[in-house]
Design a protein around this ligand. Structure first.
Ligand code: ZN
Length: 375
């Protein structure tokens, strides 16, 4: 740190957003020169305040009258999609509750590593400790080696408020969930091998096979692939997270949310074990027997009592589930399909699963008939 003043001129910009101010701060700015009628987004303004960076309006570069520009109605981005939030409270970083959560995050990180759900510095964990305050894991630290002092505090826009290590680059994914789902208190993202195997094939595991999975996870969604760490990637989960506490991220891994850090990690365990079990069973050469629809209803009733989300609670949206199955008949996932360009094993796979194919064809036919009937 030094006390030298450095002005950076961004007065050619009509809108100053988070990226602009982060770049300027990274370049060592202590003052930003902006145009008189420039719009500054709320998150950019908060960031500047937190970093004690002055905003200087045009023509005043020497800063004799330099003053932080007042947050007038015209200078706050009216078109910004993010609501204006109170600035994050850095004191939430060291409360007794925060210290306990940091320990829980480290314990869960160790579980993820011990169970081989994360590799290298992969995976990340977060907890919403205040309305605009999130505790999260840092980037480039193995989840086995995490210590409470490594944990970061960020706001809902991803700005780091406290902590000595930089926050995980995949935090944006967690933040989209916190913004979309008020009851989400914690998110766990990891790459468990068997669940990720589903994610790289675009398949979701079938339902009504194991009761614990029905209750704790249920219908799993799969979000489309985008480059990790980008805002585009983070937004891929938005359509799913209200109805699903567990989402497969195509060609990547999984994300789970829960009411505690420990519970969010449980859902990752339940999904991974379920996917693994299905894969083992699919090698036995006989069809998997299913729980009946009525027994499934009983499990859903238990789930509802527990306050866990499930798209099947909303009967008007059941059609969505059926149509999703229709679009993706392989979601039954009892039949291995060959990878692109590798047809060497397809004959084998067919031999093993003819009975499954029969029932698959029957269920798809039923769904098609139903869809036609609806029209
Ligand atoms: Zn990842």
């Amino acid at each position: 740190m030094n006390n030298e003043e450095k002005s950076i001129d961004i007065s050619s910009r009509k809108v100053v957003a988070m990226r602009d101010v982060q770049d300027a701060v990274a370049a060592g700015a202590t003052r930003l020169l902006i145009a008189e009628n420039c719009v500054v987004t709320p998150s950019a303004r908060d960031f500047l305040q937190q970093n004690n960076i002055a905003l200087v309006t045009g023509g005043n570069e020497n800063g004799a009258a330099a003053k932080p520009s007042a947050p007038s109605a015209t200078s706050i981005a009216s078109g910004s999609s993010s609501p204006i939030r109170a600035a994050a409270n850095p004191r939430l970083f060291s409360t007794p509750e925060a210290e306990a959560i940091k320990k829980e995050i480290c314990a869960v990180g160790r579980k993820l590593w011990m169970r081989q759900f994360v590799d290298g510095n992969g995976g990340n964990i977060s907890y919403r400790i205040g309305p605009n305050e999130i505790l999260c894991t840092p980037t480039l630290v193995s989840k086995f080696d995490l210590k409470p002092e490594d944990i970061c505090l960020v706001d809902l826009e991803g700005n780091q408020i406290a902590g000595t290590k930089p926050r995980t680059s995949e935090l944006l994914l967690h933040l989209e969930i916190y913004k979309a789902v008020p009851q989400a208190k914690s998110c766990v993202h990891c790459h468990p091998p068997h669940a990720t195997a589903y994610a790289i094939t675009g398949k979701v595991p079938p339902n009504l096979v194991i009761p614990e999975f029905e209750v704790f996870v249920g219908k799993v969604a799969i979000s489309p692939y985008k480059t990790p760490g980008t805002a585009e990637f983070a937004q891929t989960v938005i359509p799913f997270v209200k109805d699903h506490n567990t989402v497969l991220l195509a060609n990547h891994g999984i994300i789970c949310w829960g009411d505690t850090v420990t519970h969010a990690e449980w859902y990752a365990e339940v999904l991974e074990t379920y996917c693994w079990t299905l894969m083992l069973a699919s090698q036995l050469g006989v069809p998997i027997s299913r729980i009946s629809d009525q027994q499934g209803e009983d499990l859903l009733a238990i789930k509802k009592k527990m306050g866990l989300p499930d798209i099947r609670f909303d009967t008007s949206r059941m059609k969505e589930c059926q149509l999703a199955d229709l679009e993706m008949p392989n979601s039954i996932a009892l039949t291995p399909t060959p990878c692109d360009g590798d047809t060497g094993k397809s004959a084998d796979a067919n031999a093993v699963t003819n009975a499954d194919l029969d029932s698959l064809v029957r269920s798809v036919t039923d769904a098609v008939m139903e869809a036609i009937g609806v029209k």
